[in-house]
Design a protein around this ligand. Structure first.
Ligand SMILES: Nc1ncnc2c1ncn2[C@@H]1O[C@H](COP(=O)(O)OP(=O)(O)OP(=O)(O)O)[C@@H](O)[C@H]1O
Length: 327
């Protein structure tokens, strides 16, 4: 039986916004599924529909064979949720865990869960006084209560430091190894790449690709990527004029060039060497970042593309709308 079965899902907000547009998706039991997409693509709306926090305009969702609209409580018993923008009240960290354990009629040890997410020393502090990353760790611990069959994590790395991200990945991997299905939305592509079995890419409400990372790379024509570091990258590098270059992304004095194939890399190096001192060269298959850009071109970043700027998805923290969901 599939963990998640989504058929013909559509969600309109008012007359003008189609947040989710005819999405079909199956996530198998035990999979770690990464849900990617730029800001406003429809990821959180899909998650809120999956949990029956909002109702679809059309379509249906089953979780472990149960229709979420027909029996949302049965579904929630099997699901642990880390929502986007959790709102905290003045309760101690341990009290939050105790509340979550009581609500699920579970028998977890609150201190064990706090220890797992690195909050053992902060159990007796108010959650409202926690930093953003600590609040995220606490919300993650609450999602783990009662060892749910399905973990739904909406941008779980928001606010986490590198140690927090590593802990979160390790826990996700460990739970998945024990059979938990994980549905995981993220903007952090390297994280998705390192943790997920398959990814789905949303753009403008539509699911534009579902595949393994390797499958996505193969379907996009064996593209190659080369990263060059220069002491000073000239503004008029004109790398996009080299035959076979499909994308140029610049960050400070580092430039990532996506090419139609590995053979183009030599031309890229020759072109840039004539214009700048190259300090370092890294060469790899097309990065997830460039795949992501290619799949989501024409979305809300289109105007940036038209200006010739890189259409990188920005981190969500600055502009997330803090969708508040009921528990
Ligand atoms: N309650 C709402 N009322 C009106 N429009 C909404 C509502 N919630 C979401 N939308 C719209 O639906 C679209 C999809 O939003 P959603 O939050 O699902 O995107 P997202 O992929 O989760 O984005 P982000 O990565 O920025 O969190 C956007 O155009 C958004 O403005």
């Amino acid at each position: 039986m599939a963990a998640i079965e989504i058929e013909g899902l559509r969600k309109e907000f008012g007359a003008d916004t189609v947040a989710v547009d005819d999405v079909d998706l199956t996530v198998e039991e035990g999979e770690v599924f990464g849900f990617l997409g730029p800001n406003g693509a429809g990821k959180s709306t899909t998650i809120n529909l999956l949990l029956d926090f909002i109702r679809p305009t059309d379509g249906r969702i089953e979780v472990f064979g149960t229709d979420v609209q027909e029996d949302p409580l049965a579904v929630r018993e099997r699901v642990g949720v880390l929502p986007e923008g959790y709102g905290f009240d003045p309760l101690l960290g341990r009290e939050y865990l105790e509340w979550a354990i009581e609500t699920k009629d579970a028998d977890d040890d609150p201190d064990e869960l706090l220890d797992l997410v690195g909050l053992a020393d902060d159990a007796d502090r108010y959650a409202t006084e926690y930093s953003k990353g600590m609040q995220q760790r606490l919300a993650f611990a609450m999602a783990l209560v009662d060892d749910p069959d399905l973990l739904v994590l909406d941008e779980p790395s928001t606010g986490l430091d590198p140690n927090g991200m590593t802990t979160m990945r390790e826990v996700v991997r460990e739970r998945a190894a024990n059979g938990t299905t994980v549905f995981f939305s993220s903007h952090i592509l390297s994280e998705v790449q390192s943790v997920c079995d398959r990814v789905g890419v949303m753009n403008d409400g539509r699911l534009v690709a579902v595949d393994t990372i390797e499958g996505l790379q193969a379907n996009l024509g064996g593209r190659a990527s080369i990263t060059l570091e220069c002491s000073v990258l000239p503004a008029d590098h004109a790398l996009e004029t080299v035959d076979g270059v499909v994308d140029v992304a610049v960050a400070d004095d580092t430039v990532e060039v996506t090419c139609t194939g590995p053979g183009v890399k030599e031309d890229v190096v020759t072109h840039l060497a004539a214009r700048a001192n190259i300090d370092d060269i890294r060469s790899e298959a097309a990065s997830l970042q460039s795949l992501f850009r290619e799949l989501t071109e024409g979305g809300r970043d289109e105007t940036a593309d038209e200006r010739g700027e890189s259409a990188h998805s920005s981190g969500s923290e600055a502009d997330a709308r803090n969708v508040e969901v009921s528990r």
